[in-house]
Design a protein around this ligand. Structure first.
Ligand SMILES: Nc1ncnc2c1ncn2[C@@H]1O[C@H](COP(=O)(O)OP(=O)(O)O)[C@@H](O)[C@H]1O
Ligand SMILES: Cc1ncsc1CCOP(=O)(O)O
Ligand SMILES: [Mg+2]
Length: 273
């Protein structure tokens, strides 16, 4: 349920636009190449399939490069990065740019760890279409002061809006900073998605899967700001319904797949009330 809160400069994202992107997503089922961490691979693939996208998890450097001629979008996540995965990520991003495909970065736990931090700093110079992270990650990547605690945020998304805007201006990417409220910005306009379920923080992979859902929405060819905000709205609406149907984190993650499967305009409109 939406709260009485109007952060200066942000506007609520309309349900009707999200429903339109959902329709396009289901019509096109965009093939989305995902290089992600080994904690969330299965959950991410199931989540994309449930809503109607087509995930493909490939991580060999040569195949990652070749696959971009087939895929519509690429999702990169550094959650369990290794030196060899970094090679595949670089190959895939180069190929995505070559093919003209949109690509999304999820900078999991960027900051305290050098391998992923150096890679993320290099990747944001490579024209990502969107960057999705929690408040700590977005603040760190934007060069704002922040203390991270591994993959979990220690900051509020409400306090990371300026960092998100700054990062968007630095990179020309859409930046989505998520948390109790999600903010999605192109550096000027800031859209807001409210609602959802705090129980999402009690299962692993909600943020990672959301980043891949952003990539799938971008793969429809929709304008990146609307595509990224739509993915956030899908997760918020579906998790709100899933929480009502579940008893805790275990049943929530199953109920989330079910509610994404039959998500509709009516569900998305609940976020506005
Ligand atoms: N307190 C909360 N209430 C409702 N939804 C939340 C809350 N915290 C996070 N979420 C949602 O959980 C998903 C993952 O976001 P987040 O926790 O910020 O990412 P990460 O898992 O990368 O840390 C997003 O859809 C976000 O809106
Ligand atoms: C627990 C964990 N450890 C490394 S990656 C990862 C998953 C993080 O998932 P999310 O960022 O979606 O919470
Ligand atoms: Mg994360």
């Amino acid at each position: 349920m939406a709260q009485e809160f109007e952060p200066v400069g942000s506007t609520p994202f309309p349900a009707a636009t999200a429903a339109d992107v959902l329709f396009q997503l289901r019509c096109q089922a965009p093939l989305t190449h995902i290089i992600t961490n080994h904690v969330v691979t299965n959950f991410t693939a199931n989540l994309l399939l449930a809503i109607g996208a087509t995930p493909a998890m490939l991580s060999d450097p040569q195949e990652s490069s070749e696959f971009q001629s087939l895929a519509k979008a690429l999702s990169i996540n550094v959650g369990t990065l290794s030196q060899s995965q970094a090679v595949a990520i670089r190959a895939a991003v180069d190929a995505a740019l070559e093919a003209g495909n949109p690509w999304v970065l999820d900078p999991v736990a960027v900051g305290p760890l050098s391998l992923r931090t150096r890679l993320c700093e290099a990747l944001i110079q490579q024209a990502p279409s969107a960057i999705r992270g929690n408040a700590s990650e977005i603040m760190t990547l934007a060069g704002f002061e922040s203390v991270g605690r591994g993959p979990e945020s220690v900051a509020l998304s409400d306090d990371a809006v300026e960092a998100a805007r700054s990062l968007a201006q630095q990179t020309d990417a859409i930046v989505a900073v998520t948390g109790a409220r999600d903010y999605i910005t192109d550096g000027e306009q800031v859209l807001r998605v409210e609602g959802g379920s705090a129980l999402l923080t009690r299962i692993t992979g909600a943020g990672c899967a959301l980043s891949s859902l952003v990539a799938a929405c971008l793969g429809t060819g929709r304008a990146p700001l609307e595509a990224a905000a739509s993915a956030c709205a899908f997760m918020a609406a579906a998790s709100e319904i899933a929480e009502e149907r579940s008893q805790g984190p275990g049943s929530l993650s199953v109920a989330l797949l079910d509610s994404l499967y039959d998500l509709n305009l009516h569900d998305l409109e609940r976020l506005e009330s």
